[in-house]
Ligand binder design. Structure first.
Ligand code: NAD
Length: 483
């Protein structure tokens, strides 16, 4: 515990500063006790951060660099984060409730995003367009200048790295608004930016209340582009604020994603996918495997196997769960847990059967039982609404058409999966599933390199991969009349 500071400050224009809105009390989901204070930015702090970023835009100290120089700084940030993995992962576990091994994965992943986008900095090239002998015409990609990013609490470090990596690679300065529930470990980004030699104002990291600091950032007239990950409701407000100023916005919202399991599916692969897909991070994952659609001929077997898996997980304090295994941590807050419990109660009142779980654990900390619902039908709320907790719903289908229809039957469209040894069937399903990312025989198949984002209410724009770079630049065409 002594490694935890009393107060974590915001990082604005190269300085560590207090917040105009006082401080946010961050608690420890593993125990329910107070952990530390986080400086809370007000609108004036947000304005200072944006003005610092504007100065970087105007003096062109990032945009005019040879891209390899930005690449090297981003990679130094990555190295700094990796070098501090232990202390960052410990703090992340204490503020988020993740088991320590999950926090370590998240720190590695944050470093990996910066490594990847450091590598990409040199790869953004325009083209020349032939217009005949009288002209020379070419395109360049220019940064928007200031990227405003709003971060959720479920993978705070990873999502920040995912957004600032491509923004910096393409020459934008960034202002990041961190989540109220687990903002503390973000100190590492300010430290890393300094260690990497970024000019003051290129990387600003602040926390504050969404309605105050978040809203001030998304509505700020000098923010050129907005990146948001979180709920549909807040994402809509962010998109409206961006639209009012006619600036582009990337939205990564929720999901209610389904995996279709055919009778020939490799059982080990399905169970491994369930383990990672719904019980990693206690199910607080936008792309969670929250609906498992099983063929009627394997229904009983799958319900039994998935329930055995859920029951095998030991749920408790993240620091006591340092290595990967059959374990799960706390949910992030009392409110998120109460919401999950309410959705489970409603599922039961609508006729779904809790084969296991469905309740909170009777001990300090925000723990929730790994849960399996059977007998879920498409019209039930639990089949439509994102729980954002360790709750999987089993649904049954009898033929391909029904499976696809059920999988597509929500407002969302983030990811979908199909489990079968028959590649023809898998490919046909992949073509018909309405989602931004399709997993065949492994939930989360893909990586930092592959584009990620939603159809429908799961949002728009793509994160990750080379595709994401183009969220952060605008095309300029330069036509030269010769002679
Ligand atoms: P949220 O969408 O309210 O918060 C996400 C971020 O937006 C936070 O940093 C918050 O401070 C900020 N914010 C809030 N109001 C804002 C505003 N008016 N303008 C600008 N920024 C604002 O999410 P939440 O309350 O933390 O969680 C609620 C639900 O959202 C969850 O139950 C889950 O369903 C969903 N969620 C999804 C993801 C995801 O990865 N897709 C992540 C977190 C939460």
């Amino acid at each position: 515990m002594s490694a935890v500071q009393e107060l974590y400050k915001n990082y604005i224009n190269g300085h560590w500063v207090d917040g105009g809105a006082g401080a946010i009390a961050v608690d420890n989901p593993n125990t329910g006790e107070a952990l530390a204070l986080q400086a809370a930015a007000d609108a004036a702090d947000v304005d200072r951060a944006v003005q610092a970023a504007v100065a970087v835009r105007e003096n062109r100290s990032l945009a005019d660099l040879r891209p390899v120089e930005r690449a090297r700084m981003i990679q130094k940030m990555s190295a700094h984060i990796s070098a501090n993995k232990d202390r960052v992962a410990t703090l992340l576990t204490l503020e988020s409730g993740k088991p320590l091994w999950e926090s370590e994965i998240e720190v590695d992943s944050a470093a990996r995003f910066l490594e990847f986008y450091g590598n990409q900095a040199e790869s953004v090239e325009g083209k020349s367009i032939p217009l005949g002998a009288s002209y020379f015409d070419f395109t360049t990609y220019e940064p928007y200048g200031v990227s405003g990013q709003i971060i959720p609490w479920n993978f705070p470090l990873e999502i920040t790295a995912r957004g600032i990596g491509p923004a910096l690679a393409t020459g934008n300065a960034v202002v990041v608004k961190t989540p109220e529930l687990d903002p503390l470990s973000h100190f590492i980004f300010g430290e890393a930016a300094e260690a990497a030699g970024f000019p003051a104002g290129a990387v600003n990291v602040l926390c504050g209340h969404g309605a105050e600091a978040g809203a001030a950032l998304t509505a700020h007239p000098d923010v050129g582009q907005v990146v948001f990950t979180g709920s549909v409701q807040t994402g809509t407000a962010v998109a409206v604020a961006a639209a009012r100023r006619v600036v582009p916005c990337v939205l990564e919202l929720g999901g209610k994603s389904a995996g279709i399991v055919y009778p020939d599916a490799d059982r080990a692969k399905v169970l491994d996918s369930v383990r990672w897909g719904i019980y990693f991070n206690a199910g607080q994952v936008c792309s969670a495997f929250s609906r498992i659609l099983v063929h009627e001929s394997i229904h009983d077997e799958m319900v039994e196997r998935v329930s055995e898996l859920a029951k095998s997980l030991s749920v408790g304090h993240g620091m006591e769960r340092p290595i990967f295994g059959a374990n799960m941590g706390a949910m992030v807050s009392e409110a998120q847990r109460a919401r999950a419990e309410g959705l489970c109660q409603r599922a039961q009142s609508e006729g779904a059967r809790a084969v296991t779980g469905g309740r909170k654990l009777n001990q300090p900390g925000y723990f929730f039982e790994p849960t399996v619902f059977d007998g879920v039908t498409p019209e039930m709320n639990i089949a439509q609404e994102e729980v954002f907790g360790p709750v999987i719903s089993v649904m049954t289908f009898s033929d391909d058409d029904e499976a696809i229809r059920m999988a597509n039957n929500t407002d969302y469209g983030l990811v979908a999966g199909v489990f079968t040894k028959d590649l023809d069937r898998a490919t046909a399903a992949a073509q018909r599933l309405r989602a931004g990312q399709i997993y065949v025989n492994e939930w989360y198949a893909g990586g930092v390199e592959t584009p990620f984002g939603g159809f429908g209410k799961s949002g728009y724009g793509r994160e990750k991969g080379r595709e994401a770079l183009y969220n952060y630049v605008q095309t300029k065409n330069i036509g030269i009349a010769l002679g």
